[in-house]
Design a protein around this ligand. Structure first.
Ligand code: NDP
Ligand code: 8X3
Length: 250
């Protein structure tokens, strides 16, 4: 099995940190995202073969085209990290712009499915020891106010990961849902449409996970002995836990 990883959403956060972590171990990398200049900058930092693709995962034709035209050197991908994703609209459901719900579904569900569908033949050819890591979230299992469609897209990621495992049994391809909790990346900046104060406030005075913490988990999962499949890995900062149930009172 060749050490070649395809990482979506490599321009920021977990994806960028994962690129650096796998590069440390000599993996060749296919890195995608919409911000081309960031991909070029990351490529220039890495000391391994890197193929960058300006790609919006919502565009199924573009995804299929990108995968079918991978240069020969990168064609035998053995790890797919389905990381591209976002949350929008932290306000409650009644106040959300419908477009924001559609964007989350189109990215976190349709986009992830687009890339998976395009990459499955390659991963199956790469066979035993290959892996798909889908980035879910604690929001996929635990409800909280303002999570509405975001959490629901991540519940899809969890169930899709389990179902994929069933259909890939016998191919040797592993599937893992990595479900992080609070992690400091550009995630909250995106969620609040550029509110740096909101992002800073969320992460201040506590110790969130870092992008590198999650990249390390991805590396762990992908480099376990071939006979081990971590189905789901839920990771929270020690200083984050659940709240009591909310009760409406007179
Ligand atoms: P960032 O905002 O830092 O990174 C998100 C990445 O996704 C960027 O590289 C962005 O690239 C890419 N992306 C977004 N939309 C698209 C699109 N339509 N097509 C292609 N790429 C896209 O956030 P994180 O690193 O935190 O997020 C990565 C994943 O982790 C997401 O799936 C998120 O839901 C999940 N997650 C995050 C947590 C957190 O607390 N940070 C916790 C749990 C899960 P570009 O804009 O260049 O296209
Ligand atoms: C992101 C983590 O807690 O904001 O998926 O939902 S959280």
């Amino acid at each position: 099995m060749k050490k070649i990883a395809f990482i979506t959403g490599a321009t920021s956060g977990f994806g960028r940190a994962a690129a650096k972590r796998f590069a440390q171990d000599g993996w060749a990398l296919v890195l995608s995202g919409r911000r081309e200049e960031r991909l070029a900058a990351l490529k220039s930092e890495l000391d391994v073969p890197v193929h960058t693709i300006k790609l919006d995962v919502r565009d199924s034709d573009a995804v299929a085209q990108a995968v079918s035209s991978l240069p020969a050197e990168f064609a035998e991908v053995s790890l797919l990290v389905n990381n591209a994703g976002l949350a929008l609209a932290p306000q409650g459901a009644p106040d959300v712009d419908l477009k924001d719900w559609h964007t989350m579904i189109d990215t976190n569900v349709t986009g992830l499915v687009n890339v998976t569908h395009a990459m499955l033949p390659t991963l199956i050819r790469s066979g035993r020891g290959s892996s798909i890591i889908n980035v879910g979230s604690i929001a996929g299992s635990w409800p909280y106010p303002g999570s509405h469609v975001y959490g629901a897209t991540k519940a899809f990621v969890e169930q899709f990961s389990y179902n994929l495992r069933c259909d890939l049994q016998g191919t040797g391809v592993r599937v893992t849902d990595i479900a992080p909790g609070l992690a400091e990346t550009e995630f909250t900046l995106v969620r609040t449409k550029g509110n740096q104060d909101a992002s800073d406030n969320l992460y201040s005075g506590t110790e969130p996970l870092s992008a590198e913490d999650i990249a390390e988990q991805m590396f762990y999962v992908a480099t376990l002995p071939e006979h081990i499949n971590i189905n789901r890995l839920e990771v929270m900062p020690t200083r984050q836990a659940w709240s009591p149930f909310a009760i409406d009172r007179d």
